[in-house]
Design a protein around this ligand. Structure first.
Ligand code: FES
Length: 107
């Protein structure tokens, strides 16, 4: 496998109902992983973009959280409808999507 151009980590951490930290898994992140997979598949990008469902990334409150490397930029509150924009703008054009970036005090 060649080194990917970008690597997308989507938090799929789950926690029991009522847990004070909440979790991205309970806020729709499994569907978000599927949306990324569908978009990468549709555009034939698997040779350039890696996708990994991951455990807790830390700032749980604003999830679902998505971390993109090599930039190390954290997106929060990401929904499946945001995926085409993230792919077109950040992953393919190197233009981070400002409206979805986690605030500086979080990341
Ligand atoms: S549960 Fe997703 S960042 Fe903590």
């Amino acid at each position: 496998m060649a080194k990917p151009h970008k690597h997308v980590f989507v938090c799929v951490q789950s926690r029991p109902p009522g847990h004070p930290k909440g979790a991205c898994g309970g806020r729709g992140s499994p569907a978000l992983v599927q949306a990324f997979a569908d978009e990468l598949n549709r555009r034939g990008l698997w040779d350039r973009i890696a996708l990994t469902g991951t455990g807790c990334l830390g700032p749980c409150g604003g999830g679902p959280n998505v971390l993109v490397y090599p930039e190390g930029l954290l997106y929060h509150g990401v929904q499946a409808a945001d995926v085409p924009t993230l792919v077109s703008e950040h992953l393919l054009a190197d233009r981070p999507v400002a409206r979805l970036l986690a605030p500086a005090e979080v990341w």
